[in-house]
Design a protein. Structure first.
Ligand code: GDG
Length: 457
Protein backbone atom coordinates (compact mmCIF):
# COMPACT_ATOMS: atom_id res chain seq x y z
CA UNK A 1 0.00 0.00 0.00
CA UNK A 2 1.36 3.42 -0.87
CA UNK A 3 2.22 5.85 1.91
CA UNK A 4 2.25 9.63 2.08
CA UNK A 5 5.51 11.41 2.96
CA UNK A 6 5.34 15.07 3.87
CA UNK A 7 8.46 17.23 4.00
CA UNK A 8 8.44 20.64 5.66
CA UNK A 9 11.02 22.70 7.49
CA UNK A 10 9.37 22.43 10.91
CA UNK A 11 7.32 19.58 12.31
CA UNK A 12 5.24 19.41 15.49
CA UNK A 13 7.62 17.95 18.06
CA UNK A 14 6.15 14.99 19.93
CA UNK A 15 2.81 15.80 18.33
CA UNK A 16 2.05 18.53 20.87
CA UNK A 17 0.91 21.97 19.76
CA UNK A 18 2.28 24.60 22.08
CA UNK A 19 1.16 27.73 20.26
CA UNK A 20 3.12 29.99 17.93
CA UNK A 21 4.19 27.10 15.65
CA UNK A 22 2.93 28.84 12.55
CA UNK A 23 0.26 28.09 10.03
CA UNK A 24 2.04 25.47 7.94
CA UNK A 25 2.65 23.08 10.83
CA UNK A 26 -0.86 23.64 12.21
CA UNK A 27 -2.45 22.68 8.88
CA UNK A 28 -0.11 19.79 8.04
CA UNK A 29 -0.58 18.31 11.50
CA UNK A 30 -4.39 18.32 11.12
CA UNK A 31 -4.03 16.58 7.76
CA UNK A 32 -1.44 13.97 8.78
CA UNK A 33 -3.33 12.88 11.90
CA UNK A 34 -6.14 12.00 9.53
CA UNK A 35 -4.07 10.26 6.87
CA UNK A 36 -1.48 8.59 9.15
CA UNK A 37 1.40 9.58 6.91
CA UNK A 38 5.05 10.27 7.65
CA UNK A 39 6.54 13.69 8.28
CA UNK A 40 10.17 14.68 7.71
CA UNK A 41 11.67 17.94 8.95
CA UNK A 42 14.08 19.80 11.16
CA UNK A 43 14.24 18.89 14.86
CA UNK A 44 14.67 22.58 15.76
CA UNK A 45 18.16 21.81 17.18
CA UNK A 46 21.46 23.03 15.76
CA UNK A 47 24.25 20.42 15.86
CA UNK A 48 26.49 18.36 13.58
CA UNK A 49 24.59 15.18 14.43
CA UNK A 50 23.26 13.93 11.09
CA UNK A 51 21.29 11.01 12.50
CA UNK A 52 17.55 10.74 11.87
CA UNK A 53 15.25 10.41 14.90
CA UNK A 54 11.82 8.78 14.70
CA UNK A 55 8.91 9.51 17.03
CA UNK A 56 5.34 8.28 16.67
CA UNK A 57 2.50 10.65 17.56
CA UNK A 58 -1.23 10.09 16.88
CA UNK A 59 -0.36 7.52 14.22
CA UNK A 60 2.06 9.87 12.43
CA UNK A 61 5.71 8.85 12.00
CA UNK A 62 7.75 12.01 12.62
CA UNK A 63 11.36 11.86 11.34
CA UNK A 64 13.63 14.71 12.35
CA UNK A 65 17.28 15.64 11.95
CA UNK A 66 19.37 18.47 13.40
CA UNK A 67 20.68 21.32 11.29
CA UNK A 68 24.39 22.13 11.35
CA UNK A 69 25.55 25.54 12.51
CA UNK A 70 26.44 26.47 8.93
CA UNK A 71 23.11 25.26 7.55
CA UNK A 72 21.23 27.19 10.23
CA UNK A 73 23.15 30.42 9.51
CA UNK A 74 23.36 30.26 5.75
CA UNK A 75 20.47 28.08 4.65
CA UNK A 76 17.75 28.85 7.24
CA UNK A 77 18.65 32.41 8.38
CA UNK A 78 20.27 33.14 4.99
CA UNK A 79 18.83 32.06 1.66
CA UNK A 80 15.48 30.80 2.97
CA UNK A 81 14.51 33.57 5.37
CA UNK A 82 16.63 36.59 4.44
CA UNK A 83 16.28 36.14 0.68
CA UNK A 84 13.31 34.03 -0.44
CA UNK A 85 10.92 35.10 2.33
CA UNK A 86 11.27 38.89 1.71
CA UNK A 87 11.27 38.24 -2.06
CA UNK A 88 7.99 36.31 -1.96
CA UNK A 89 6.49 39.02 0.27
CA UNK A 90 7.58 41.76 -2.13
CA UNK A 91 10.10 43.31 0.26
CA UNK A 92 12.94 43.72 -2.24
CA UNK A 93 14.56 46.27 0.09
CA UNK A 94 15.15 43.43 2.59
CA UNK A 95 16.37 40.75 0.16
CA UNK A 96 19.92 39.65 1.08
CA UNK A 97 21.39 37.44 -1.63
CA UNK A 98 24.68 35.65 -1.03
CA UNK A 99 26.05 32.89 -3.25
CA UNK A 100 27.39 30.91 -0.32
CA UNK A 101 23.97 31.03 1.37
CA UNK A 102 22.47 29.56 -1.80
CA UNK A 103 25.05 26.79 -1.87
CA UNK A 104 24.31 25.94 1.77
CA UNK A 105 20.57 25.90 0.89
CA UNK A 106 21.30 23.40 -1.90
CA UNK A 107 23.46 21.28 0.47
CA UNK A 108 20.69 21.14 3.06
CA UNK A 109 18.16 20.16 0.39
CA UNK A 110 20.54 17.38 -0.72
CA UNK A 111 20.67 16.09 2.84
CA UNK A 112 16.91 15.96 3.17
CA UNK A 113 16.64 14.34 -0.28
CA UNK A 114 18.97 11.57 0.94
CA UNK A 115 16.77 10.99 4.00
CA UNK A 116 13.71 10.85 1.78
CA UNK A 117 15.33 8.49 -0.72
CA UNK A 118 16.08 6.03 2.07
CA UNK A 119 12.54 6.09 3.48
CA UNK A 120 10.19 6.39 0.49
CA UNK A 121 9.24 3.37 -1.62
CA UNK A 122 8.58 3.64 -5.37
CA UNK A 123 4.78 3.55 -4.92
CA UNK A 124 4.72 6.29 -2.25
CA UNK A 125 3.46 9.82 -2.69
CA UNK A 126 5.65 12.75 -1.61
CA UNK A 127 4.34 16.19 -0.69
CA UNK A 128 6.95 18.91 -0.16
CA UNK A 129 6.05 22.16 1.59
CA UNK A 130 7.27 25.68 1.17
CA UNK A 131 10.14 27.84 0.01
CA UNK A 132 12.76 26.02 2.10
CA UNK A 133 12.60 23.17 -0.41
CA UNK A 134 12.20 24.59 -3.92
CA UNK A 135 14.92 22.26 -5.36
CA UNK A 136 14.06 19.09 -3.43
CA UNK A 137 12.28 17.29 -6.30
CA UNK A 138 15.06 18.08 -8.76
CA UNK A 139 17.62 16.57 -6.39
CA UNK A 140 15.37 13.53 -5.81
CA UNK A 141 15.08 13.05 -9.58
CA UNK A 142 18.89 13.20 -9.84
CA UNK A 143 18.99 10.44 -7.21
CA UNK A 144 16.77 8.34 -9.49
CA UNK A 145 13.49 8.79 -7.60
CA UNK A 146 10.42 8.53 -9.86
CA UNK A 147 7.62 8.98 -7.35
CA UNK A 148 4.96 11.63 -7.81
CA UNK A 149 6.35 14.59 -5.91
CA UNK A 150 4.11 17.56 -5.23
CA UNK A 151 4.98 21.00 -3.90
CA UNK A 152 2.86 23.53 -2.04
CA UNK A 153 3.95 27.12 -1.55
CA UNK A 154 2.53 28.62 1.65
CA UNK A 155 3.69 32.18 0.87
CA UNK A 156 2.41 34.37 -1.95
CA UNK A 157 4.07 34.08 -5.37
CA UNK A 158 4.70 37.66 -6.54
CA UNK A 159 4.57 39.05 -10.09
CA UNK A 160 7.43 38.06 -12.45
CA UNK A 161 9.04 41.52 -12.25
CA UNK A 162 9.57 41.01 -8.50
CA UNK A 163 10.93 37.46 -8.84
CA UNK A 164 13.35 38.61 -11.57
CA UNK A 165 15.07 40.88 -9.03
CA UNK A 166 16.63 37.85 -7.38
CA UNK A 167 20.13 37.56 -8.88
CA UNK A 168 19.84 33.81 -9.46
CA UNK A 169 16.08 33.72 -9.94
CA UNK A 170 15.96 31.22 -12.78
CA UNK A 171 18.56 28.94 -11.21
CA UNK A 172 16.38 28.90 -8.08
CA UNK A 173 12.91 28.75 -9.66
CA UNK A 174 13.53 26.36 -12.55
CA UNK A 175 13.93 23.62 -9.97
CA UNK A 176 10.12 23.77 -9.60
CA UNK A 177 9.85 22.14 -13.04
CA UNK A 178 10.79 18.80 -11.48
CA UNK A 179 7.60 18.66 -9.39
CA UNK A 180 4.56 16.80 -10.68
CA UNK A 181 2.24 19.48 -9.27
CA UNK A 182 2.87 22.93 -7.81
CA UNK A 183 0.10 24.17 -5.51
CA UNK A 184 -0.27 27.80 -4.45
CA UNK A 185 -2.72 29.65 -2.21
CA UNK A 186 -4.80 31.61 -4.72
CA UNK A 187 -5.56 32.08 -8.40
CA UNK A 188 -3.57 35.31 -8.21
CA UNK A 189 -0.42 33.41 -7.11
CA UNK A 190 -1.02 30.73 -9.76
CA UNK A 191 -1.22 33.37 -12.50
CA UNK A 192 1.99 35.01 -11.32
CA UNK A 193 3.86 31.72 -11.25
CA UNK A 194 2.52 30.61 -14.62
CA UNK A 195 3.37 33.86 -16.31
CA UNK A 196 6.87 33.84 -14.77
CA UNK A 197 7.49 30.29 -16.00
CA UNK A 198 6.12 31.15 -19.44
CA UNK A 199 8.38 34.18 -19.72
CA UNK A 200 11.41 32.19 -18.68
CA UNK A 201 10.76 29.19 -20.85
CA UNK A 202 10.02 31.34 -23.90
CA UNK A 203 6.45 30.12 -24.12
CA UNK A 204 7.62 26.52 -24.34
CA UNK A 205 4.64 24.81 -22.65
CA UNK A 206 6.24 21.40 -22.48
CA UNK A 207 8.58 22.48 -19.73
CA UNK A 208 5.88 23.94 -17.46
CA UNK A 209 4.75 21.95 -14.42
CA UNK A 210 1.10 21.77 -13.42
CA UNK A 211 0.25 24.82 -11.35
CA UNK A 212 -3.04 25.16 -9.47
CA UNK A 213 -4.56 27.05 -6.54
CA UNK A 214 -5.50 25.12 -3.40
CA UNK A 215 -6.39 27.65 -0.68
CA UNK A 216 -5.26 26.19 2.62
CA UNK A 217 -7.78 26.13 5.44
CA UNK A 218 -8.47 25.17 9.04
CA UNK A 219 -10.10 22.27 10.82
CA UNK A 220 -13.32 24.30 10.96
CA UNK A 221 -15.37 21.86 13.05
CA UNK A 222 -12.47 21.30 15.43
CA UNK A 223 -12.04 25.05 15.95
CA UNK A 224 -15.79 25.51 16.52
CA UNK A 225 -15.90 22.89 19.26
CA UNK A 226 -12.66 24.00 20.94
CA UNK A 227 -13.87 27.61 20.94
CA UNK A 228 -17.23 26.57 22.39
CA UNK A 229 -15.42 24.75 25.19
CA UNK A 230 -13.49 27.96 25.95
CA UNK A 231 -16.61 30.15 26.29
CA UNK A 232 -16.20 32.65 29.10
CA UNK A 233 -12.69 31.48 29.95
CA UNK A 234 -10.85 34.58 28.73
CA UNK A 235 -10.23 37.57 30.98
CA UNK A 236 -9.75 39.56 27.77
CA UNK A 237 -13.49 40.24 27.72
CA UNK A 238 -16.88 38.66 27.83
CA UNK A 239 -18.55 37.68 24.58
CA UNK A 240 -21.89 38.93 25.86
CA UNK A 241 -20.65 42.17 27.39
CA UNK A 242 -21.10 44.67 24.61
CA UNK A 243 -20.49 47.77 26.77
CA UNK A 244 -16.80 47.11 26.30
CA UNK A 245 -14.90 47.06 23.00
CA UNK A 246 -12.27 44.39 22.37
CA UNK A 247 -10.20 44.34 19.19
CA UNK A 248 -7.99 41.35 18.53
CA UNK A 249 -5.00 40.55 16.30
CA UNK A 250 -2.59 37.60 16.29
CA UNK A 251 0.34 37.08 13.98
CA UNK A 252 3.99 36.19 14.26
CA UNK A 253 6.26 39.21 14.79
CA UNK A 254 7.10 39.46 11.10
CA UNK A 255 7.47 42.57 8.95
CA UNK A 256 5.07 41.10 6.38
CA UNK A 257 2.22 41.16 8.89
CA UNK A 258 1.79 44.95 8.95
CA UNK A 259 1.79 45.59 12.71
CA UNK A 260 2.97 49.20 12.35
CA UNK A 261 0.03 50.11 10.11
CA UNK A 262 -2.45 48.28 12.32
CA UNK A 263 -1.30 50.24 15.38
CA UNK A 264 -1.35 53.53 13.45
CA UNK A 265 -4.89 52.75 12.26
CA UNK A 266 -6.03 51.99 15.81
CA UNK A 267 -4.48 55.24 17.02
CA UNK A 268 -6.37 57.16 14.32
CA UNK A 269 -9.58 55.26 15.12
CA UNK A 270 -9.29 56.37 18.78
CA UNK A 271 -8.65 59.96 17.81
CA UNK A 272 -11.72 60.07 15.52
CA UNK A 273 -14.16 58.51 18.00
CA UNK A 274 -16.95 60.93 18.84
CA UNK A 275 -18.40 58.71 21.54
CA UNK A 276 -15.44 57.38 23.47
CA UNK A 277 -16.17 54.12 25.22
CA UNK A 278 -14.09 54.07 28.40
CA UNK A 279 -13.57 50.31 28.28
CA UNK A 280 -11.77 49.82 25.00
CA UNK A 281 -8.80 47.60 24.35
CA UNK A 282 -6.79 46.41 21.37
CA UNK A 283 -4.78 43.27 22.09
CA UNK A 284 -2.11 42.05 19.69
CA UNK A 285 -0.71 38.56 20.19
CA UNK A 286 2.66 38.71 18.46
CA UNK A 287 5.13 35.99 19.46
CA UNK A 288 8.72 36.47 18.34
CA UNK A 289 9.76 34.88 15.10
CA UNK A 290 13.19 34.36 13.47
CA UNK A 291 14.89 36.57 16.05
CA UNK A 292 18.34 35.60 14.81
CA UNK A 293 17.72 37.58 11.64
CA UNK A 294 18.54 41.28 12.04
CA UNK A 295 15.59 42.52 9.95
CA UNK A 296 13.23 40.82 12.41
CA UNK A 297 14.92 42.41 15.44
CA UNK A 298 14.83 45.85 13.80
CA UNK A 299 11.17 45.45 12.94
CA UNK A 300 10.31 44.39 16.48
CA UNK A 301 12.08 47.46 17.94
CA UNK A 302 10.08 49.71 15.62
CA UNK A 303 6.80 48.06 16.62
CA UNK A 304 7.61 48.26 20.33
CA UNK A 305 8.54 51.96 20.10
CA UNK A 306 5.29 52.81 18.34
CA UNK A 307 3.31 50.76 20.84
CA UNK A 308 4.82 52.73 23.74
CA UNK A 309 4.10 56.00 22.01
CA UNK A 310 0.42 55.10 21.49
CA UNK A 311 0.10 53.77 25.04
CA UNK A 312 1.46 57.04 26.39
CA UNK A 313 -0.69 59.21 24.17
CA UNK A 314 -3.89 57.63 25.48
CA UNK A 315 -2.96 56.83 29.06
CA UNK A 316 -5.11 59.65 30.56
CA UNK A 317 -8.22 58.63 28.61
CA UNK A 318 -8.08 54.83 28.88
CA UNK A 319 -6.80 52.43 31.46
CA UNK A 320 -5.09 50.07 29.04
CA UNK A 321 -6.18 50.78 25.49
CA UNK A 322 -3.51 48.77 23.67
CA UNK A 323 -1.58 45.74 24.78
CA UNK A 324 0.85 43.41 23.08
CA UNK A 325 1.48 39.81 24.18
CA UNK A 326 4.93 39.20 22.78
CA UNK A 327 5.00 35.47 23.44
CA UNK A 328 3.21 32.39 22.16
CA UNK A 329 -0.30 31.85 23.46
CA UNK A 330 -1.52 28.26 23.50
CA UNK A 331 -4.33 27.36 21.06
CA UNK A 332 -7.24 27.29 23.56
CA UNK A 333 -6.60 30.65 25.28
CA UNK A 334 -6.02 32.10 21.81
CA UNK A 335 -9.45 30.90 20.67
CA UNK A 336 -11.02 32.20 23.88
CA UNK A 337 -9.58 35.66 23.13
CA UNK A 338 -10.92 35.52 19.57
CA UNK A 339 -14.38 34.59 20.85
CA UNK A 340 -14.37 37.34 23.47
CA UNK A 341 -13.51 40.10 20.99
CA UNK A 342 -15.88 42.16 18.82
CA UNK A 343 -13.36 42.72 16.04
CA UNK A 344 -10.71 40.48 14.45
CA UNK A 345 -8.22 42.86 12.86
CA UNK A 346 -6.09 40.87 10.39
CA UNK A 347 -4.20 43.22 8.10
CA UNK A 348 -0.94 41.73 6.79
CA UNK A 349 0.83 43.67 4.02
CA UNK A 350 1.28 40.39 2.15
CA UNK A 351 0.40 36.87 3.32
CA UNK A 352 -0.06 33.51 1.61
CA UNK A 353 -3.37 32.78 3.37
CA UNK A 354 -3.45 33.86 7.05
CA UNK A 355 -5.16 31.11 8.99
CA UNK A 356 -5.83 33.35 11.98
CA UNK A 357 -8.45 35.15 9.86
CA UNK A 358 -10.27 31.86 9.29
CA UNK A 359 -9.88 30.73 12.91
CA UNK A 360 -11.32 34.04 14.07
CA UNK A 361 -14.56 33.37 12.18
CA UNK A 362 -14.88 29.77 13.36
CA UNK A 363 -14.24 30.80 16.99
CA UNK A 364 -17.20 33.21 17.14
CA UNK A 365 -20.45 32.79 19.00
CA UNK A 366 -22.89 32.48 16.06
CA UNK A 367 -25.66 34.41 17.80
CA UNK A 368 -23.44 37.36 18.69
CA UNK A 369 -20.35 37.15 16.46
CA UNK A 370 -17.44 39.53 16.02
CA UNK A 371 -16.57 41.20 12.72
CA UNK A 372 -13.56 40.30 10.59
CA UNK A 373 -11.47 43.08 9.08
CA UNK A 374 -9.04 41.53 6.64
CA UNK A 375 -6.32 42.68 4.25
CA UNK A 376 -6.99 42.47 0.50
CA UNK A 377 -3.41 41.25 0.08
CA UNK A 378 -3.63 37.89 1.80
CA UNK A 379 -5.15 34.62 0.62
CA UNK A 380 -8.01 34.90 3.13
CA UNK A 381 -8.92 38.36 1.84
CA UNK A 382 -8.99 37.04 -1.73
CA UNK A 383 -10.83 33.79 -1.01
CA UNK A 384 -13.47 34.50 1.66
CA UNK A 385 -16.83 35.89 0.44
CA UNK A 386 -16.36 39.68 0.30
CA UNK A 387 -19.90 40.34 1.55
CA UNK A 388 -19.01 38.65 4.85
CA UNK A 389 -16.02 40.76 5.79
CA UNK A 390 -14.60 44.25 5.76
CA UNK A 391 -11.73 44.11 3.26
CA UNK A 392 -9.05 46.77 3.66
CA UNK A 393 -5.90 47.99 1.96
CA UNK A 394 -3.29 47.54 4.73
CA UNK A 395 -1.35 50.54 3.37
CA UNK A 396 -4.34 52.85 3.84
CA UNK A 397 -4.32 53.85 7.51
CA UNK A 398 -7.47 56.01 7.28
CA UNK A 399 -9.44 53.27 5.55
CA UNK A 400 -8.45 50.84 8.31
CA UNK A 401 -9.39 53.37 11.02
CA UNK A 402 -12.84 53.75 9.41
CA UNK A 403 -13.15 49.96 9.14
CA UNK A 404 -12.53 49.64 12.90
CA UNK A 405 -15.31 52.14 13.61
CA UNK A 406 -17.68 50.37 11.19
CA UNK A 407 -16.97 47.03 12.84
CA UNK A 408 -17.40 48.30 16.39
CA UNK A 409 -20.83 49.83 15.73
CA UNK A 410 -22.16 47.12 13.40
CA UNK A 411 -25.64 45.93 14.46
CA UNK A 412 -26.01 42.34 15.62
CA UNK A 413 -28.31 41.27 12.75
CA UNK A 414 -25.70 42.37 10.20
CA UNK A 415 -22.90 40.64 12.13
CA UNK A 416 -24.91 37.42 12.23
CA UNK A 417 -25.64 37.63 8.49
CA UNK A 418 -21.97 38.09 7.65
CA UNK A 419 -20.85 35.38 10.00
CA UNK A 420 -23.27 32.86 8.45
CA UNK A 421 -21.94 33.62 5.00
CA UNK A 422 -18.32 33.12 6.07
CA UNK A 423 -19.08 30.00 8.09
CA UNK A 424 -20.84 28.22 5.27
CA UNK A 425 -17.72 28.77 3.14
CA UNK A 426 -15.37 27.58 5.89
CA UNK A 427 -17.45 24.49 6.63
CA UNK A 428 -17.24 23.43 3.00
CA UNK A 429 -13.63 24.44 2.34
CA UNK A 430 -11.80 23.18 5.41
CA UNK A 431 -8.32 21.72 5.83
CA UNK A 432 -9.57 18.23 4.93
CA UNK A 433 -10.97 19.57 1.67
CA UNK A 434 -7.60 21.27 1.01
CA UNK A 435 -5.56 18.11 1.63
CA UNK A 436 -7.95 15.84 -0.26
CA UNK A 437 -8.22 18.04 -3.31
CA UNK A 438 -4.45 18.55 -3.48
CA UNK A 439 -3.65 14.86 -3.08
CA UNK A 440 -6.33 13.86 -5.57
CA UNK A 441 -4.80 16.20 -8.12
CA UNK A 442 -1.30 14.93 -7.36
CA UNK A 443 -2.40 11.33 -7.84
CA UNK A 444 -4.20 12.17 -11.06
CA UNK A 445 -1.79 14.84 -12.17
CA UNK A 446 -1.50 13.51 -15.66
CA UNK A 447 -5.23 14.15 -16.16
CA UNK A 448 -4.94 17.86 -15.35
CA UNK A 449 -4.22 20.47 -17.94
CA UNK A 450 -1.79 23.32 -17.41
CA UNK A 451 -4.49 25.93 -16.76
CA UNK A 452 -6.54 23.80 -14.37
CA UNK A 453 -7.29 25.50 -11.11
CA UNK A 454 -9.01 23.30 -8.57
CA UNK A 455 -11.11 26.07 -7.12
CA UNK A 456 -12.02 29.52 -8.19
CA UNK A 457 -10.65 32.10 -5.78
C1 GDG B 1 2.40 30.55 6.89
C2 GDG B 1 2.12 31.64 5.86
C3 GDG B 1 -0.18 30.71 5.55
C4 GDG B 1 -1.00 29.46 17.82
N1 GDG B 1 -0.54 30.21 18.83
C5 GDG B 1 -0.24 31.36 18.32
C6 GDG B 1 -0.51 31.30 16.97
N2 GDG B 1 -0.97 30.12 16.67
C7 GDG B 1 -1.38 29.58 15.36
C8 GDG B 1 -2.58 30.29 14.79
C9 GDG B 1 -2.52 29.84 13.34
C10 GDG B 1 -1.03 29.79 13.07
O1 GDG B 1 -0.39 29.75 14.35
C11 GDG B 1 -0.55 31.00 12.27
O2 GDG B 1 -0.85 30.78 10.90
P1 GDG B 1 -0.94 31.90 9.77
O3 GDG B 1 -1.49 31.29 8.54
O4 GDG B 1 -1.82 33.00 10.25
O5 GDG B 1 0.50 32.51 9.53
P2 GDG B 1 2.03 31.95 9.30
O6 GDG B 1 2.57 31.39 10.54
O7 GDG B 1 2.81 33.09 8.74
O8 GDG B 1 1.89 30.79 8.20
C12 GDG B 1 0.63 31.98 5.82
C13 GDG B 1 0.26 29.57 6.45
O9 GDG B 1 1.67 29.37 6.43
C14 GDG B 1 -0.41 28.28 6.03
O10 GDG B 1 -0.22 28.03 4.69
O11 GDG B 1 -1.53 31.01 5.80
O12 GDG B 1 0.36 32.93 4.82
O13 GDG B 1 2.89 32.82 6.13
O14 GDG B 1 -3.03 28.54 13.21
O15 GDG B 1 -3.71 29.92 15.50
N3 GDG B 1 -0.30 32.34 16.15
C15 GDG B 1 0.16 33.47 16.74
N4 GDG B 1 0.45 33.55 18.08
C16 GDG B 1 0.27 32.54 18.90
O16 GDG B 1 0.55 32.66 20.07
N5 GDG B 1 0.37 34.52 15.96
Amino acid sequence: MSKLFVVSNRVIQDGVREGGEGGLTTAVWSMLKDLHGSWIGWSGSVSDDESVQLKMASGVAIYTTDMSDRAYEKNYCGFANACLWPLFHERLDLVRYDESDFSSYMDYNRRIAMVLSELAQPEDLIWVHDYHFLPLAQICRDLGMNQRIGFFLHTPFPPPSVISALPNHWQSMKTLLSYSLVGVQSGFDAENLQSYLRQQSDGNKASEPLVAAFPISIDTRGVISSALACTGSSDFGSETKRSSVRIFSADRMDYSKGFINRILAYDQFLSKRSDPCPDIQYCLVAPDSRENISEYRNHKSEVMLLLLEVQQRWRDDYENCIEMINQPVAPEPLLAMMRASQVGFIAPLRDGMNLVAKEYIAAQNPVDPGVLIVSKFCGAGRELPRAGLIAVNPHDISEMARALEEAVVMPRTERVRRHRLLMSHLLEYDVKWWARSYLKSLQAESCLSMSDTSVTV
